[in-house]
Design a binder for this molecule. Structure first.
Ligand SMILES: Nc1ncnc2c1ncn2[C@@H]1O[C@H](COP(=O)(O)OP(=O)(O)O)[C@@H](O)[C@H]1O
Ligand SMILES: Nc1ccn([C@H]2C[C@H](O)[C@@H](COP(=O)(O)OP(=O)(O)O)O2)c(=O)n1
Length: 299
């Protein structure tokens, strides 16, 4: 078993719970303060050794405590099609209300990057499933908080891979990886562990249906494939990464197809999810819309 923790500790630390399955640590201000400024959950499970931790309160530079304090702590699931703005919305909301934000897609992307780097794709793009199964114990995913942006950065076996998991190569290989039952089982367990205490916004494909079926607020986001491809194209160009609109559109459509048709936890709207088509909404408009949904659900 291997445990690695990276966190900027800003105060006294207290281990509040320690079982054979998990350790829960709270970090306090040096000044007397009843509330922890960070909570870290580390799950230890020999069949699922992927580790995650999240310094909760450090996520928010200025969380809107006024909104949060008088409301109940809930779970927010944001699912939907590729590149429609799920993580943008989820991050914006989490910052506003001081919740944990987890990008579950980043976890599938990190497993994909591991496969690329360890030659676990065959010449025709087929996954060497048996070898990946053997290696799954060696894949450690965690989130490290960026001290400048206060947003989580994805780490794979201790290395920051936040940029490398966003390339078109990873995007084009991630959907087949996400169809594998044993990969999904390992990641879903981790995601559920992270959300045990509520106060979390998680985005992905199966959050409202499989990971948190009891979430108090479920959103299902969509936008037209052309608009989604354009958004991803603009993003890659802005980062100075080479991009072809046609390749991205093809990738978006192909991933939609695989995500919707896979056997395990296919992408679908939960019956109790609210549908949002943000094709013609600005980022600010969708943020305001989502905050209103939160206020209603957390009352
Ligand atoms: N309403 C919007 N209008 C224009 N661009 C948007 C909107 N929402 C998100 N974006 C941009 O679209 C791109 C994809 O958004 P992202 O949040 O990464 O999508 P997802 O998490 O669904 O894959 C990002 O560059 C983001 O800034
Ligand atoms: N909960 C999740 C999250 C992502 N996935 C899969 C499906 C997606 O094609 C990949 C990558 O997800 P990601 O959210 O990063 O993809 P986009 O940002 O929408 O392009 O992972 C999944 O199967 N289940």
């Amino acid at each position: 078993m291997c445990i690695s923790l990276w966190i900027y500790l800003r105060g006294p630390v207290q281990i509040v719970a320690c079982t054979t399955e998990s350790i829960r640590i709270e970090v306090y201000n040096r000044t007397a303060n009843a509330k922890p400024i960070a909570r870290i959950y580390v799950s230890i499970n020999s069949t699922c050794p992927l580790l995650d931790f999240y310094p909760e309160k450090l996520l928010s530079l200025k969380p809107n405590y006024k909104v949060q304090e008088k409301m109940k702590k809930i779970t927010i699931a944001i699912d939907g099609f590729s590149s429609c703005g799920k993580s943008t919305m989820a991050k914006d909301l989490a910052k506003e209300i001081g919740y944990i934000y987890i990008d579950s897609g980043a976890m599938y992307r990190a497993v994909t990057l591991y496969c690329i780097e360890h030659n676990l794709f065959g010449p025709d793009g087929e996954i060497k499933t048996d070898e990946l199964k053997q290696d799954i114990d060696k894949i450690h995913i965690s989130f490290r908080l960026d001290p400048v942006t206060s947003l989580p950065r994805t780490c794979l076996n201790g290395n920051d891979v936040e940029e490398r998991i966003r390339t078109l190569e990873v995007s084009s290989k991630v959907s087949p990886i996400a169809t594998l039952g044993f990969v999904r089982e390992a990641l879903v367990r981790q995601q559920q562990e992270l959300g045990k205490e509520k106060g979390i916004v998680m985005d992905g494909r199966d959050i409202g249906t499989t990971v948190f079926p009891d979430a108090e607020l479920k959103i299902f986001v969509t936008a037209s494939p052309a608009i989604r491809a354009q958004r991803r194209y603009d993003e890659l160009r802005a980062k100075g990464q080479p991009a072809s609109y046609e390749d991205i559109l093809h990738n978006v459509e192909e991933r939609d197809r695989i995500d919707q048709s896979r056997e395990v936890s296919p992408l679908r709207k939960a019956d109790d999810a609210i549908l949002l088509d943000n094709s013609h909404m600005t980022i600010t408009e969708q943020k305001e819309w989502l905050i209103n949904q939160f206020k209603r659900a957390a009352q």
